[in-house]
Design a protein. Structure first.
Length: 57
């Protein structure tokens, strides 16, 4: 996969960009931040799932 970088004229892959972004975020935020955004994401997912089920009934 290292050759993939050279084939894309040194462009960063989505995977690499996501990894680097996650590492940078981890440097700037603590465990509580990740717990909070995890709870928000879980709630949004649950709410979205609940809304989709009521529309399909």
């Amino acid at each position: 996969m290292a050759d993939n970088k050279n084939n894309n004229k040194n462009k960063m892959s989505y995977e690499e960009a996501g990894r680097k972004g996650g590492e940078k975020t981890a440097q700037n935020h603590d465990k509580e931040f990740f717990q909070e955004i995890g709870e928000k994401g879980g709630k949004a997912n649950r709410d979205n799932h609940d809304n989709n089920n009521s529309q399909n009934s």
